[in-house]
Write a protein that binds this ligand. Structure first.
Ligand SMILES: NC(=O)c1ccc[n+]([C@@H]2O[C@H](COP(=O)([O-])OP(=O)(O)OC[C@H]3O[C@@H](n4cnc5c(N)ncnc54)[C@H](O)[C@@H]3O)[C@@H](O)[C@H]2O)c1
Length: 261
């Protein structure tokens, strides 16, 4: 397949999920070899097969992003199969809904571990290898509009994503002179399993039905519709391209007008 990313090797974490799969398919269509990784190895394999069905190149790898040694193992596998990873997108993430006073330390730690620590582990591992080889590359972390807005039932999630926004600033500045471009995207309300699960949980807390809870959320989005995974993938692909080479450590809102700073 011909495209902007022909010959490049891309790592996608959380690749079995909604946004991860959308990004993997997009990068495959644009010519990259896509290493689809996820906690669920079988889920990653399903998405890798879809990339291959559309004429692209992909491999599947089970990866828990909270584990540095797991990340190194997968990067070894990918390097052996396809070459050094020069494009990475961190989509692995979890969310849950708890009233602030009921949020446990365990839930807080789990969310920070996957969303923030997991993003750090992957960015650092990819960048270390690239720098050691003198290679240039692009890394995009999927943060969230929740990083920039308060939410009484998502203190842990919002804090983890605000951490990602600041992590990307530091990594972006630290790696800029090595030609490793690090940025983030902040999606809003995307049509994925995570969003459906959020509104099942919110209905438990609010007494609204799941459908009413989601409809109320969509009503509050200035653009007036839920976001597709392609709305996110378009901007991720731009940030992975040379057109974004002068962007350092930015967290780009792609959220239909939910967040501005
Ligand atoms: N859905 C939204 O509205 C929305 C909005 C803003 C940001 N985001 C963020 O986008 C990213 C993708 O979200 P999504 O909607 O596609 O969710 P999703 O639940 O569909 O996919 C998330 C994927 O991450 C994987 N995962 C979870 N823990 C992992 C771990 N420890 N290691 C590796 N993989 C792990 C899951 O198996 C799953 O496949 C997440 O970081 C999420 O926080 C989502």
């Amino acid at each position: 397949m011909k495209g902007r990313f022909e010959g490049a090797v891309a790592l996608v974490t959380g690749g079995a999920g909604g946004i991860g799969a959308g990004v993997a398919l997009r990068l495959g269509r644009e010519g990259a070899h896509v290493a689809v990784t996820d906690l669920s190895g079988s889920g990653a394999e399903v998405v890798a097969a879809r990339v291959r069905q559309q004429g692209g190149q992909a491999s599947a790898h089970a990866l828990d992003v909270t584990r540095a040694e797991d990340t190194e193992r997968v990067l070894d596998e990918v390097e052996h199969l396809a070459g050094t990873v020069s494009l990475a997108v961190t989509c692995a993430g979890i969310d849950s809904q708890f009233d602030f006073l009921d949020l446990s330390l365990t839930e807080w730690q789990k969310t920070i571990e996957v969303n923030l620590q997991g993003t750090f582990v992957v960015i650092q591992a990819v960048a270390r290898r690239l720098k050691a080889k003198g290679g240039k590359g692009h890394i995009v972390a999927v943060a969230s509009a929740a990083a920039k807005r308060p939410n009484p039932t998502q203190a842990h999630y919002g804090a983890s994503k605000a951490g990602v926004v600041n992590l990307v600033r530091s990594a972006g500045v630290a790696l800029a002179r090595d030609g490793i471009v690090v940025n983030a995207v902040c999606p809003g309300v995307v049509d994925t399993d995570m969003t459906r699960a959020i509104h099942i949980e919110r209905s438990r807390l609010s007494g609204l039905s799941e459908e009413e809870s989601l409809a109320r959320m969509i009503q509050s989005i200035p653009i007036g519709r839920i976001q597709t995974v392609d709305d996110v993938a378009h901007v991720v692909a731009f940030l992975l391209s040379h057109e974004a080479d002068y962007m350092v450590g930015q967290a780009v809102n792609v959220c239909g007008g939910l967040a501005f700073d």
